[in-house]
Design a binder for this molecule. Structure first.
Ligand code: FNR
Length: 363
């Protein structure tokens, strides 16, 4: 029978909501506490408007892009999101295959329900590995070694999660994490059966190392030859520190508003981070991107590329590998059209003067 054509990535969210058990939909879609930042991540993009240029030859619009020397089809990559088998039985493997088909990068989550080997052997996508540093340093060490051995090209150190944010939907639902197959043979965690609430929170409390600090970036550098990106930067001050400890790149992110509520939307702090970094390393951004126009806005404010979290998960939940592919293609096509309509035929043409922000209005 006929089904209406999906025309934007938000429609994948509606489909995902229909097909997923509430506990899992809430886990994927939810944020911390009041979910103020969750809404703000999306709303802040809406307050940025365009200053398009007319009568520019845009008969060829080129989106091809380079990150850490790797060529990709558009500056849109797949953010690390955990537990993807809760969205679809093929989980991380389907996501990796979609990344390969779209010629983009998948950042594989440390909280994966597939193994590093499974993801690596399923496709030839360029893959980065997202790292959580566990109390059991040996576990994190082993997974970094494995990622390197299996051809991952960079380590993305997530630095905003010394403890798990308070996600009240998960607490209400008594969210139970699935087996993290990636940890098989490395770690088994005894949860506290008497504790109510989110089992995921209980799991995180037992595994995450809250003592992780700047000095540990040196430790990470000593155990891998891969470039290190630091994810979770929200201030100019931390961006400078990251540059000083020698990271290869910075990801401006508030973890999809799942950690500390009432931090600003990631897009609202991008400009000041970019200023502080002063071109020394690439700056990427994630959080709230739902349209090609959002991608353009991030690029205009200085991001080299963006990462997409929830829309990829919704695509996966609704349509498996094909859904992730469609989400990527939709955002890419929308970005291409935005470039044409703003008068930019290549990514280098996109500048701050193509957008108008709250900051501009105050000037
Ligand atoms: C995440 N995110 C995340 N980040 C990370 O470094 N490791 C992880 O395992 C996860 N897991 C995870 C699960 C789910 C369900 C979500 C929604 C997010 C954060 C993610 O990488 C990214 O920062 C945000 O998702 C970006 O915001 P949007 O695109 O979801 O708005």
């Amino acid at each position: 029978h006929m089904t209406a054509e999906l025309v934007n990535v938000m429609e994948f969210q509606e489909l995902a909501k229909k097909v997923l058990p509430k506990m899992y939909y809430d886990y994927f879609s939810g944020g911390a506490e009041d979910e103020h930042t969750l809404r703000e991540n999306v709303e802040a993009f809406r307050r940025i408007t365009f200053q398009p240029r007319i009568l520019v030859d845009v008969s060829n619009v080129n989106l091809s892009s380079t990150i850490l020397g790797y060529n990709i089809s558009a500056p849109i990559i797949i953010a690390p999101t955990g537990m993807l088998k809760l969205a679809h039985p093929e989980g991380e493997v389907a996501t990796a295959r979609a990344a390969a088909l779209c010629n983009t990068i998948m950042v594989m989550s440390f909280s994966s329900t597939c193994t590093i080997e499974e993801v690596a052997s399923s496709c030839n996508a360029i893959r980065f590995f997202q790292l959580y540093v566990y109390r059991r340093r040996d576990v994190s060490y082993q997974l970094v070694q494995r990622a390197e051995r299996y051809g991952f090209k960079a380590i993305v150190l997530t630095a905003d999660t010394p403890r798990l944010g308070r996600r009240e939907r998960d607490i209400k639902n008594k969210m139970v994490p699935p087996p993290l197959k990636i940890l098989e043979g490395l770690l088994s965690v005894e949860l506290d059966p008497e504790k109510g609430g989110s089992k995921l929170e209980n799991f995180a409390a037992k595994t995450m190392d809250p003592s992780l600090n700047w000095k540990d970036v040196e430790w990470l550098k000593s155990i891998t030859n891969l470039p290190i990106l630091i994810k979770g930067v929200l201030t100019a001050e931390d961006a400078r520190k990251a540059v000083e400890v020698g990271v290869a790149g910075i990801i401006v992110s508030n973890h999809g508003a799942r950690q500390l509520d009432y931090v600003p939307a990631s897009i609202s702090v991008l400009e000041e981070v970019v200023e502080a970094v002063n071109g020394e390393v690439p700056v990427l951004l994630d959080g709230g991107i739902r349209r090609g126009t959002d991608v353009f806005k991030a690029l205009a404010l200085g991001a080299q590329a963006v990462l997409i979290g929830r829309p990829m998960v919704y695509g996966l939940a609704a349509k498996g590998e094909y859904g992730v592919r469609r989400v990527t293609e939709m955002l890419r096509d929308e970005l291409e059209l935005t470039m044409a309509l703003t008068g930019c035929s290549s990514l280098e043409d996109i500048t701050m003067s193509h957008v108008r922000t709250e900051r501009d209005r105050l000037r």
